[in-house]
Structure formats: C-alpha cells, structure tokens
Design a protein around this ligand. Structure first.
Ligand SMILES: [Fe+2]
Length: 125
C-alpha cells in the first residue's frame, strides 16, 4: 500500500529491465482487473442513479486500460502474445463445435472525434 505522506516512496534508483517491465505490466493488468471488479460491485450495490452512472463509466475506462496494457504486453513479449492467440484459437474452435458465434468487438470511437471539427471535416463534398 502506498504511503502518500512520503513523496519519495515511488522513486527508484534504476530503470527496470525488459523482463521486470513485462512483470510490472502483468501486475498493472491485475490492478486494472481488480478495479473493474470493485467498481462493478459498487454499481451492483447501489440504487443511486448518479453513482451508478459515474462508477460504471469509470469501470469501463478501466476495461480500456486492460486493453491498452494487454496490447503493450503483446508488443513487449511477442512469445506471450502467441500464447494468447493460441488460447483464442482454442476457444474459437470450441465455440464453432457448439455452433456459438463469437460476437465481434465493436470499435468504439472516441466521443470527441465524432463532434470534433477539423479543416477536412469542414470541406463540403
Ligand atoms: Fe485504470
């Protein structure tokens, strides 16, 4: 648990090796998953509409963080990425045998992009 009263606690005297960084990313992913679990439990445990809305939004941001960190982990450790891909293929085969379609992940655009005007978007076609 961090000791926020100590401003030097987070300082380290060296940079991580690549292997240590990979381990740190795995720990970061675990932290994001724990945060999702906690936020979801709070959403489920309240009927306060405002709290549900805000906490659910934060929970979803943590899910995006998992995606970012998983992508980074695959870049840092391509061998691990092959294991992830192998697992995905195994599940896809199981679902195919059960005639269950795997839903495609929807590409969620940045909400700012849809309303953000650029020079190009002002040109009439
Ligand atoms: Fe996060």
């Amino acid at each position: 648990m961090p000791n926020f009263a100590n401003p030097f606690q987070g300082n380290v005297d060296r940079k991580m090796t690549k292997e240590e960084l990979i381990q740190a990313i795995r720990l970061d992913i675990a932290g994001e998953l724990e945060a999702i679990y906690l936020y979801e439990s709070h959403v489920l445990a309240t009927d306060n509409a405002a709290a549900k809305k805000v906490i659910a939004d934060i929970r979803d941001e943590e899910k995006a963080h998992v995606g970012e960190l998983m992508s980074l982990l695959k870049i840092l450790d391509p061998e691990e990425a092959e294991h992830f891909a192998s697992g995905e293929t195994e599940v896809a085969e199981m679902m195919e045998n059960l005639n269950i379609q795997i839903p495609e992940a929807k590409e969620t655009s940045n909400p700012d992009e849809s309303t953000h005007k650029t020079v190009g978007s002002l040109i009439k076609e």
